[in-house]
Design a protein around this ligand. Structure first.
Ligand code: HEC
Length: 125
């Protein structure tokens, strides 16, 4: 028969491993944040809107939208909090525009959303 004492050290070892794992996950998350304080890149965002939005929306500081029903992207921040837009894009809330030329159902990765938001910020002033 095993002595009941054998259970003790095994449990303690398990607890120690779990604690180390938790600590290193936390450390990783912190490192990521430090390495990418501002992950969005307005230059990439500009390219993205040029490629994927400019057939309907005006994407620059001036000019009309090629498709008049689509508001110029520079006006978005007047209606929406730009951070809120990021969340909306992530969830696909803004995907279902109606009309003759409905907005295509585009899927943006989290990185693309960051870039898009970084670009939209440059249009704010
Ligand atoms: C095929 C045309 C088309 C393309 C391409 C397109 N949109 Fe749109 N978008 C529209 C139309 C039309 C509306 C207005 C629809 C409405 O009012 O219901 C709109 C509205 C929006 C709105 C909401 C504006 C508001 O006032 O509520 C946002 C945000 C938006 N588009 C972002 C984008 C972004 C970002 C891209 C590129 C990734 C993009 N759109 C590409 C046609 C398009």
């Amino acid at each position: 028969m095993r002595s009941p004492d054998a259970v003790g050290p095994a449990l303690i070892r398990f607890a120690a491993v779990a604690a180390i794992a938790t600590a290193s996950i936390a450390a990783c998350a912190q490192m990521d944040e430090a390495a990418y304080p501002e992950p969005g890149d307005p230059g990439r965002g500009a390219k993205l809107v040029q490629e994927r939005c400019s057939s309907c929306h005006a994407v620059g500081r001036e000019g009309r939208s090629p498709y008049p029903a689509a508001p110029p992207l520079r006006t978005l921040h007047k209606k929406y909090d730009v951070e809120g837009l990021a969340e909306a894009f992530a969830e696909g809330i803004l995907v279902h525009h109606k009309g003759e030329k409905p907005m295509p159902e585009f899927v943006l990765t989290p990185e693309e959303i960051d870039d898009l938001i970084a670009y939209l910020r440059t249009l704010e002033d």
